[in-house]
Design a binder for this molecule. Structure first.
Ligand code: G3P
Length: 229
């Protein structure tokens, strides 16, 4: 499963892209509104940092407006994927953009039937929201499994993008169920990284190594090319 970062923060992408784990990114109007920055500069900078698909969302609610905004967003950078909210107008816009070979991420998908329609409209990615399902007491794992089975048994090439990831467990669940992508907020990526036993183990290795100063001297010489093999 590929990992995207779900953010509107360039600083967050600058930090986490250095880990070498990101294949793309997703933004949305809420995430961009949270940052007091030019949205175009933010989107383009994120495109350069992750060197992969970056979703930028239309805000129009009519098909013509979505298509116009999608074409404009797509022109910002070669990595931009146009994000279109699921609706009848969204399906019409997705179909029109896909016919022009512009990649679309259909978002705010919550059922297998919606995912099927999004895929048939020509969406490249179908964003299925886990956290928001759980906010209304719907089992996100069951829903995501149904969406994956529905899209993977058909002829569609649309990829399932697990979104609204609130915990490391959501990301692991998406991978175990076979989603192609999970888009993960920076906060959750940090949570995926952290474990007290890892931190304790690193500290223990350092202390034991330091207890033998000659070992440290050896490593320094090795790095400096002064160790005779
Ligand atoms: O960006 C789309 C999705 O990941 C947003 O998730 O946390 O606002 O439900 P959330």
């Amino acid at each position: 499963m590929r990992l995207f970062i779900d953010t509107g923060s360039v600083a967050e992408v600058e930090e986490i892209s250095a880990w070498g784990v990101l294949s793309g990114a997703t933004t949305n109007p809420t995430l961009l509104a949270r940052e007091h920055a030019d949205p175009g500069r933010t989107i383009c900078r994120i495109c350069d940092l992750v060197d992969g698909p970056v979703s930028a969302e239309v805000v129009a609610t009519d098909a013509a407006g979505m298509i116009a905004q999608g074409l404009a967003l797509s022109s910002l950078h070669e990595h931009v994927v146009v994000k279109v909210p699921f609706s009848p107008a969204g399906l019409e816009a997705t179909s029109a953009l896909a016919e022009q070979e512009i990649p679309v991420n259909m978002t705010l998908v919550f059922t297998a039937s919606q995912a099927l329609l999004a895929a048939e409209a020509g969406a490249t990615f179908v964003s299925c929201f886990l956290g928001r399902l759980e906010d209304v007491s719907i089992d996100s794992g069951e829903t995501l499994q149904g969406i994956i089975e529905t899209l993977h048994t058909g002829q569609t090439t649309a990829e399932v993008l697990a979104a609204s990831i609130r915990t490391p467990q959501h990301a692991v669940l998406a991978a175990r169920l076979g989603a192609e992508i999970a888009t993960v907020p920076g906060r959750v990526l940090h949570q995926m990284l952290a474990h007290p036993l890892t931190a304790a183990g690193i500290e223990r290795f350092g202390a034991d190594w330091a207890s033998r100063p000659e070992l440290g001297e050896w490593m320094t010489k090795l790095v400096d090319g002064e160790v005779v093999r």
